[in-house]
Write a protein that binds this ligand. Sequence first.
Ligand code: ARG
Length: 267
Amino acid sequence: MCEPTHYRIDYEINQWMRRANAVRTERANAQWRGLHETLIALGVDVELVEQGADTPDMTFTANAGIVAGERFIPANFRFPERQLEEARFTGWFQEHGYRIETVHEPHYWEGEGDVLPGEGAVFAGYRFRTEFRALDHIDELLGCETVRLELTDPRFYHLDTCLAPLGGGRGLFYPPAFTEESRRALAERFATLIAVSDHDAARFACNAVVAGETVVLNAGCTETVRALREHGLAVVETPMDEFIKAGGSVKCLLLMLDAFGDGRGRP
Ligand code: ARG
């Protein structure tokens, strides 16, 4: 995670960001600390990377890349506004003993924002931030065939804004953000798909993380919370509205260090 010491809305690279809608810094810091404390209370080990003054979106660490065992595969950010983050994240992983492996330039892709493990597979969203061709190389590096999902709605521009694998065959998703073919691919992989409403999707209900059997998500997603409980999960709601201003929530603020299991990238 990355404490939002320099988190600002300096530019507009997605439909949520408006420079006029400035971050309320104290409130953002309190929300981030609330999430951090929630995760620690759930038994998650959290490592921190420091935000650079010139990288206002760096707090969204999900986009840094993916971690496969001892390897870190850094993102190629789509927008120049975020490209300065690459050196900072790579530096952290080098200092911490990871081997860096890169995808073929110049294809862009945005890390765990679009490449998510679940159900013994790896799901990969493409179109807005990640190029289909970058995924060919991700497949090579991970030694598997990613389940490719075409995204359709620019408000849900990363896969982690419209899909959350929850374990045990369960997943949370926002159907209109996917093509029909992608929805079919999801239905083949998940035993139980919980569809979120337009209202909850716009509150980033799918941008959730699961720790054990507890799902952590933004406050105010009432229907989703009810559905999650019906499916046997515990839920912690934590307010994230200062981050939704930039197009992110709980999941975007995390990069999983143990996401791609056995060191060969196979979940
Ligand atoms: N402002 C950031 C961007 O547009 C938000 C990133 C959200 N991250 C995510 N994993 N969905 O790039």
